[in-house]
Design a protein around this ligand. Structure first.
Ligand code: ZN
Ligand code: ZN
Length: 407
């Protein structure tokens, strides 16, 4: 490893920028991309103005005319990629899944993935065992206490759904929202029956479902996730969900305020008998009806003990948020998207790479497949590695940049 690092002499950077500026998207099928090739011999910052990408010295102050894209740092003879300074104001870095070794990303809990303009957070990955989905969204993890007024006090109290008085056998009255007065209480069983009808949790294979916090239709307060009966040690889920067969994944819809039509919630999907499909098509397990999503956009499969995310040649790509600075290792190119620009970077060990870049064609080409081939060819031209010789990505690649915290 140290030997390999010592040999790195430069980084080849291929920048591709989509002519349009739309929702921070990059069109992987576009043929009118603005492309440039750079060879970086020392630390640099990648900036963009309009569709023009430039590499500047990291000591040159970046003015407001430029969008900072990415920082190429150098430590102990190795090159690293990191967010451009100031990291708070610069664009997020997204790893392009289709350009990863073997075309797949090993998912980990906490990963944020992006399809078109939709984001999901990987909340839970369970390969085997007895674990069940944790149905907790940040703002809806409240617990409702059973019979807060006491059994006898509620004997004359009406359930707002069935209009019967008092708690039933094993069916307490609860006060689940902000409603007060004659509609404050409801039987747990009556509320569960109503929620079951709204969430449509039945008839799924392997116990897959979409869980979303439901609000009270009157006061709009979100119903609690769990109900705590003082007689029982553990709170029980308010919603009776099916048993989910492992391996399964829990994906959270990351809904922005502007996406009122979209629904915040958790996709619980069992991969026991199938490959998970995400897309716009009806056959998708996670269906997203949006123009930025391809019919079959991406897939997640459980293989060799890992949850693997794959892109299905989607128009606007499948991306994974880069959480930490990333080491550039020779023979392992990486493509990173920042808004409408994709930068493909590869560490070069060969002196040939120091020669002037080969001019490459601009303008119309033969479509998405050619586009990808071109990008990969440029990545590998001087590194001596072939795509089929790449090893799979491992988390250690994204270790902390040495000495970074001291700066
Ligand atoms: Zn009732
Ligand atoms: Zn209410």
């Amino acid at each position: 490893m140290h030997q390999a690092r010592a040999q790195v002499q430069s980084v080849r950077v291929v920048s591709s920028t989509w002519a349009r500026d739309s929702h921070d998207l990059f069109d992987f099928e576009a043929t009118d991309l603005h492309r440039k090739i750079f060879t970086a011999l020392k630390p640099a910052v990648c900036v963009r103005t309009g569709t023009d990408v430039q590499m500047v010295s990291e000591h040159v102050p970046v003015n407001n005319m430029y969008d900072p894209l990415l920082r190429l740092a150098q430590k102990d003879g190795a090159f690293w990629v990191d967010r451009a300074p100031p990291s708070s104001g610069s664009k997020k870095l997204w790893l392009v899944v289709r350009d990863m070794p073997s075309g797949a990303h090993h998912l980990q809990e906490g990963d944020v993935i992006k399809l078109g303009r939709f984001k999901f957070r990987v909340r839970q990955l369970v390969g085997s065992g007895e674990a069940q989905p944790e149905l907790k969204l940040d703002d809806s993890s409240s617990v409702c206490r059973v019979n807060p007024g006491g059994e006898t006090e509620l004997a004359q109290t009406l359930c707002r759904i069935c209009l019967l008085e008092g708690p039933g056998e094993g069916d307490p009255l609860i006060s689940p929202c902000l409603c007060k007065g004659s509609i404050e209480y409801v039987h747990l069983g009556c509320l569960r029956h109503w929620i079951r009808g709204r969430l449509n949790l039945s008839d799924s294979t392997g116990g897959s479902y979409f869980f979303r916090p439901l609000p009270c239709e009157l006061c709009k307060a979100v119903y609690p996730t769990y109900v705590q009966n003082d007689a029982e040690p553990q709170p029980m889920p308010l919603v009776e969900v099916p048993w989910t067969k492992p391996p399964f994944i829990v994906l959270e819809n990351m809904v922005r305020d502007s996406q009122q039509h979209a629904c915040r919630g958790l996709h619980v999907i069992s991969l026991a008998e199938k490959v998970l499909k995400l897309g716009r098509g009806h056959e998708s397990d996670v269906r997203i009806a949006d123009v930025s999503i391809s019919r079959c956009h991406a897939m997640i499969r459980f293989q060799h003990g890992h949850f693997q995310l794959e892109d299905n040649n989607s128009k606007f790509g499948t991306l994974v948020a880069m959480k930490k600075p990333r080491l550039l290792e020779p023979g392992q190119g990486v493509s990173i998207q920042m808004g409408r620009t994709v930068l493909s970077l590869s560490a070069q060990t060969d002196v040939e790479s120091l020669e002037a870049p080969t001019p490459i064609r601009h303008g119309p080409s033969g479509g998405a497949a050619d586009e990808r081939q071109l990008r990969l060819a440029l990545l590998n031209r001087f590194s001596g590695a072939r795509p089929d010789g790449w090893t799979t990505e491992h988390p250690g690649d994204a270790a902390q940049l040495p000495g970074e915290a001291d700066e």
